[in-house]
Design a protein around this ligand. Structure first.
Ligand SMILES: [Fe+2]
Ligand SMILES: [Fe+2]
Length: 275
């Protein structure tokens, strides 16, 4: 029987991993030099105008026609420069996340979410730089929270010069709902548009906001949330436990797991998707 996810389960999981929080997302002591450079470029170039332009460019989904498994295989060659913890190929992270969700008896749609959540990194193959694909996401058009990773690197962002964007709500109304907020552009927002019409709303929401750590880990930007966001946020927090804590150097056997995951994909998604 599939497990019903309760707040108790979420709290238990959070408590279980409480001791590990120092181990992952340690930006001060990372051995990967690429991380700070990635965020320097990200925080300088992600402006409101940029994310609106990227949305117009990519949401028509006219860049490729590919199945989800093909995308996973393509991403296998990619290492995420923003990740201080991991320099394993993306397929390994996809399978580790999905397998850890599966091991805890969660529903099929959540296992699938684990498998595909980073497939928006497909943007890499359309020539986008990593600063426009990966890393933590944050709202544009309002004040940058100092809880966003490397907050001092925002000083070179042109949006800092626009007084309209320097207040808590900026261009938004209080409790307007995250769907009305322009988030920094990257793999979360892009994949959301690719899969939203096929997946349960919780899955689409997890995909769209899984890198919004200032919200789901730091509790910032709560004033922009509406009732719907409050209902959905526990799913993002639950998912994050698997996204972070399934990272380990032991690689799952992709060849052995492929038939199960290929069938799981087709349970929800068409054979060919528009990207
Ligand atoms: Fe991600
Ligand atoms: Fe991930």
């Amino acid at each position: 029987m599939q497990k019903t996810i309760t707040l108790v389960a979420l709290l238990t999981l959070t408590a279980l991993h409480a001791n590990d929080t120092q181990t992952f997302r340690n930006y001060e002591d990372t051995e990967r030099d690429s991380v700070e450079e990635l965020y320097r470029l990200n925080h300088t170039n992600q402006t409101l105008a940029f994310v609106q332009a990227q949305g117009e460019k990519y949401t028509p989904l006219n860049h490729a026609k590919l199945g989800m498994w093909d995308v996973l295989e393509k991403l296998n060659g990619l290492v995420d420069d923003s990740d201080p913890d991991l320099d394993l190929p993306q397929m390994v992270h996809a399978l580790q996340t999905a397998e850890s969700i599966r091991a805890d008896g969660h529903p099929d749609w959540l296992i699938l979410t684990g498998l595909i959540h980073d497939c928006g990194k497909m943007l890499f193959f359309f020539g986008e730089p990593q600063w426009a694909i990966v890393g933590d996401t944050f709202p544009l058009g309002c004040r940058f929270s100092d809880k966003i990773v490397y907050p001092h690197l925002f000083t070179t962002n042109p949006d800092m010069k626009n007084p309209l964007y320097q207040t808590e709500c900026g261009i938004y109304e209080r409790n307007c709902g995250l769907r009305n907020v322009h988030m920094s552009w990257g793999h979360d927002e892009y994949l959301y548009h690719v899969v939203k019409k096929y997946l349960p709303e919780q899955a689409a929401y997890i995909i769209r906001y899984h890198s919004f750590y200032a919200l789901h880990q730091e509790g910032e930007y709560m004033h922009l949330l509406d009732e719907y966001d409050h209902k959905m946020l526990p799913w993002v927090k639950l998912f994050n436990q698997y996204d972070l804590y399934s990272k380990c150097p032991v690689e799952p056997n992709a060849q052995h797991l492929a038939p199960y995951y290929q069938a799981l994909i087709l349970q929800f998604l068409p054979e060919i998707l528009a990207w």
